[in-house]
Structure formats: structure tokens, C-alpha cells
Design a protein around this ligand. Structure first.
Ligand SMILES: Nc1nc2c(ncn2[C@@H]2O[C@H](COP(=O)(O)OP(=O)(O)O[C@H]3O[C@H](CO)[C@@H](O)[C@H](O)[C@@H]3O)[C@@H](O)[C@H]2O)c(=O)[nH]1
Length: 391
């Protein structure tokens, strides 16, 4: 005999035996016996993606604030902990950072880590974060960036921490994609333009849904591009700063780039992780844009970066064509070329955010200007290029 899943009634109208409610008194795994307020006094953070740019800055910030920090790292045959090595080396003086092998695709592992760590704050920074790569690895990106977020939220619920943990989701300005208004704010409609953006859209909504469905303190930080000397080498700013450093030292001839006209709102990652933390200190969870309020084309980043090593770039050839080149004004040498291999099947042409809500509600303000950011990145890469041990 089959029963209606909604009502539990059989076709004859009798109450069926289907029941999915938890028996009275049964608590989910490891549910704390203390109130959420008492529980939060412990200050224990779990960061997925701790080995990334943002993870490393956030770890520094939280350790400074007296947190015990736990991080999820993926197993790799090569070292992937370079950005947190300086914190890890100090492990005897600072026993407050603990790393766990784990992955957003492994539910059992997430449940195990959360039940043993009992975090008070969870920062979900782990992702396949490269937009171009997401076109090549669309399913994987959806699994990690989209479903991975769901697994993490459900692991928190399974461990009975629904009302005890505060959750931060690394949402992104890539959600705006083909932008419908400028500047983009928390109320701008989304139109993602890549498998990455679409996966992040799912994550954004599942976070919001769990907040509304289960009362979880779960917030989305809609972060515009944020960079630093710790930025991965395949993102455009770091690719440029490294190449400029190497060209200036005679170690590289030419920089090959894709779309030079794309515009981004670039801030400093160190400023942005402070915004993440502030979101979790609010009484109410909510969604916030973190941005600088400025937008600059890739070309301008190139010009400014070369400017820091004394090279003036002159553009020649037809704009937005592969024939366009950037020449050194002093010597006439071609230093920048367009390579269509770096074009994306669908491009996000313009990102320009407004941080007004974050400034008003969180009291957040970015400190680093665009010029300072470019300078810091180029200087760090010039120093790095002189050494053999940089990443
Ligand atoms: N990576 C890369 N991008 C290039 C290149 N040449 C031009 N670009 C253009 O430079 C822009 C920025 O590219 P990325 O630095 O790769 O960043 P992104 O695609 O904007 O994505 C980053 O920011 C998002 C926030 O908006 C993040 O969500 C995402 O994970 C990533 O960090 C894009 O329009 C891209 O087409 C190149 O050689 N490499």
C-alpha cells in the first residue's frame, strides 16, 4: 500500500506508517548542551580553503583575535600550504592552528571534522575558483562550489549545530555576470556567465534558504575581485605583476593576455577578510557586497604595473583584436600580446560594486587603494623574481 508523502495518508484515507519526524528526545550527533551564547564564547573557527589567498589572511586575522583556527586542506603530492607556512611553522608557540585533511566532496569527512572541532564560526572559502577553468571542469566545479556548500551546511545540521554555528559563504560578484545595472549592489539581479558563476548561484541560494528554513546564522559575502601578492598565478593581476617583474629583470620577454578591455573592481584581500569576519559578528545574518566602488580595465592594471618598473606602455593595433600589442614607449619592444587562448566562451565585461551597505551596517571600509595594490604586488614580485624560492 502506498502513502502520500505529504500527508502520510494511504489511498483509503487511513494514516500510513510513513513518518520522517525525529523521535522526541533524539538529538542530532554531538548537539551541544549549552546555549548558543555560551557555546560561542569558545571562539573556534573552521576555514575551508585555508591554503588559499583569503584563507591565509583570514587565519592571520582570527589568530590575532584569539581564535583557535581549524583548516581543511586537500591532500596533494606537492606542498599546497605555502601561504600558511609562516603560521604553521610557529605551531609550538601558536598551537591554535590545526589542519585537517578534507574535501567538500566528502560528506562523511565533513561531518567527522565538524563534530570533533565543534566550531563556532565556519568560513566556506574552498572552491574551484578559476572562472576559465570552470568551462573545462564544469561538473567538478558544480560539485565542489555548489553541492559542496550544501554538504557543509548539512554537516553542521547533522552535528546539531544549526543554531550554534555562524556560517560565512564566499559568494562572488561573478553572480552578476552580464550586468543589468551599475554599480552592482545586494539588490542587483544575478545573471551568471560561467559554470563557476552558476555553481556559486546555487550556493548563494542554498545559504539563504537554510537561513530562512532553519534559522541558521548564514551570510553571503558577495565579494568583488580581491588581490594581493598571495594571489594565485593564473589570475590576471598576479599574472601581470609577475610578468612585469620578470620582464624588468630580463627573465621573460613578453606577457600574453586575453581580454584587455574587461573591467574589474579590484580590492586588497586583506581588507576583504576583515569584512567576512564582521559579517559573522552581526546579531542577524544577511548578505553583503564588499567592493571598492571603482572599476578599472585590465589594460590599466597592465599600464600601472609596468609604470612601477619605469616602463611606459603604448598600445598599438586595433582595440579588442588579437593584433593589439603593448609596446615599451622607450624602446619600441613589444611587451604585451593578446592570445585568444585566454578568452572565455562567455565573458563578464564589467564589474563595479557598491560597498554602501557593508560600510553602513558593518562599519567596514577598505583601506588599500587601487594604486597601492598594484604597487604592492609588483614590488613583491620584483623581490620574488630576484630569489629562486618564490611560488
Ligand atoms: N585569468 C586571466 N584573466 C585574463 C587574462 N587576460 C585577460 N583576462 C581577463 O581578466 C579578467 C579577470 O580575470 P581573473 O583574474 O581570472 O578573475 P575573474 O574571472 O574576474 O574571477 C575572480 O574574481 C571573482 C570575483 O568576481 C571570483 O569569484 C573568482 O573566483 C576569481 O577570483 C577577466 O575578464 C579575464 O577575461 C589572462 O591571461 N588570465
Amino acid at each position: 500500500m502506498s502513502a502520500d508523502l505529504q500527508t502520510g495518508k494511504t489511498p483509503s484515507g487511513h494514516k500510513g506508517s510513513l513518518s520522517v519526524a525525529m523521535a522526541p528526545g533524539v538529538q542530532p550527533l554531538g548537539a551541544p548542551s549549552v546555549s548558543p551564547e555560551a557555546y560561542r564564547k569558545r571562539k573556534v573557527a573552521l576555514i575551508t580553503g585555508i591554503t588559499g589567498q583569503d584563507g591565509s589572511y583570514l587565519t592571520e586575522l582570527l589568530l590575532e583575535k584569539g581564535y583557535e583556527v581549524h583548516g581543511l586542506i586537500r591532500r596533494s603530492s606537492s606542498f599546497n600550504t605555502g601561504r600558511i607556512e609562516h603560521l604553521y611553522k610557529d605551531v609550538h608557540e601558536r598551537p591554535k592552528m590545526v589542519l585537517h585533511y578534507g574535501d567538500l566532496t566528502d560528506t562523511t569527512n565533513l561531518v567527522y571534522i565538524i563534530s570533533s572541532v565543534q566550531p563556532t564560526e565556519v568560513y566556506n572559502l574552498a572552491a574551484q575558483s578559476h572562472v576559465k577553468v570552470s568551462f573545462d571542469m564544469a561538473e567538478y566545479t558544480g560539485d565542489v562550489d555548489g553541492l559542496g556548500t550544501l554538504r557543509l551546511l548539512d554537516a553542521i545540521r547533522t552535528c546539531g549545530l544549526t543554531n550554534h554555528v555562524r556560517f560565512y559563504q564566499a559568494s562572488t560578484s561573478e553572480l552578476y555576470g552580464k550586468v543589468v545595472e551599475t554599480p552592482q549592489s545586494e539588490t542587483t539581479p544575478f545573471y551568471p556567465r560561467s559554470p563557476y558563476g552558476v555553481a556559486k548561484l546555487y550556493a548563494f541560494w542554498i545559504v539563504k534558504n537554510y537561513r530562512e528554513s532553519y534559522g541558521m546564522h548564514a551570510s553571503n559575502g558577495i565579494l568583488f575581485n580581491h588581490e594581493s601578492p598571495r594571489r594565485g598565478r593564473t589570475f590576471v593581476t598576479r599574472k601581470i605583476s609577475r610578468a612585469v617583474a620578470e620582464i624588468s629583470l630580463g627573465q621573460q620577454d613578453c606577457l600574453y593576455l586575453g581580454n584587455l578591455e574587461a573591467k574589474r573592481d579590484w580590492g586588497h584581500a586583506k581588507d576583504y577578510v576583515e569584512g567576512m569576519w564582521r559579517m559573522l559578528q552581526q546579531d542577524e545574518a544577511d548578505d553583503f557586497v564588499l567592493a571598492t566602488g571603482e572599476t578599472h580595465p585590465v589594460k590599466e592594471f597592465v599600464e600601472k604595473a609596468f609604470g612601477h618598473v619605469g616602463i611606459t606602455i603604448q598600445w598599438e593595433g586595433e582595440v579588442e583584436s588579437v593584433e593589439e600589442v603593448g609596446k615599451c614607449a622607450q624602446t619600441g619592444r613589444v611587451l604585451v600580446r593578446v592570445d585568444p587562448r585566454y578568452f572565455r566562451p562567455a565573458e563578464v565585461e564589467l564589474l563595479h560594486g557598491t560597498p554602501a551597505k557593508a560600510e553602513r551596517v558593518l562599519g567596514w571600509k577598505r583601506k588599500c587603494s587601487f594604486d597601492q595594490l598594484v604597487k604592492e604586488m609588483v614590488e613583491a614580485d620584483v623581490e620574488g623574481a630576484k630569489r629562486a624560492d618564490r611560488d
